[in-house]
Design a protein around this ligand. Sequence first.
Ligand SMILES: Nc1ncnc2c1ncn2[C@@H]1O[C@H](COP(=O)(O)OP(=O)(O)O)[C@@H](O)[C@H]1O
Ligand SMILES: [Mg+2]
Length: 238
Amino acid sequence: MLQLRDVTKHYPQGRRIVRALNGVSLRIEAGEFVSIMGPSGSGKSTLMHLLGALDTPTSGEVFFQGKALHRLSDKELALLRRSQIGFVFQFFNLLPTLTAAENVALPLMLAGHGRCKALAPALIGLDRVGLADRASHFPDEMSGGEMQRVAIARALVVNPEAVLCDEPTGNLDSHTSAEILKLLRSLPEPGKRSVVMVTHDAEAANYGDRVIHIRDGLVEAEEAVADERRHVIRLSHA
Ligand SMILES: Nc1ncnc2c1ncn2[C@@H]1O[C@H](COP(=O)(O)OP(=O)(O)O)[C@@H](O)[C@H]1O
Ligand SMILES: [Mg+2]
């Protein structure tokens, strides 16, 4: 379970203050797929960084699995980020000098596992995202959709409680986007893994169970996505 309680985030910028978030409260249950939608500059990435313990709010509280993040030490926060959260970004953020399998294995190696021990689950993870045959390819030998699949496998390799995606289809064509969205759609696990996706694209947002609309750093509206609507959206890409 992820929760923000009356969170603000203000960035000092010269003599001005940029008010990226202005009092956001939201709750994401275990097993949910929630889309956070808003225009560019509305505070989506800021919100994602706070949910993922990559940054701290100016005021308000962030909870991860009931734990208040502001009560954790830097060491505990680093462990939380590394072992319980998977991140997926718009530009994939793969290391160009590592193969697909090594990129996926990296979080395990950073957690102290040896290379062989880390590569075995990485290969299983690549198989899960349909890239078993790309294991020894480098990022510049792969398409955007393939790179994002590698990034998703990397996010999953630690078996995280939450997968946080920031504009995961922002750099992909519509056909490839639909494939990636279907893959993300398959990741939540009832009572366990949640997926949070920020996007400015309404069609992408509708892959979620729920869409939270943000604007000017505030929650503007929230809607449940009807199953039939999700179905229609998927069919349009079939
Ligand atoms: N590190 C930062 N320093 C100053 N301003 C920032 C910083 N990060 C984001 N902002 C500002 O905060 C606002 C929200 O940004 P962001 O969360 O990136 O929005 P989005 O992801 O929805 O496009 C924008 O006005 C942006 O310029
Ligand atoms: Mg952003």
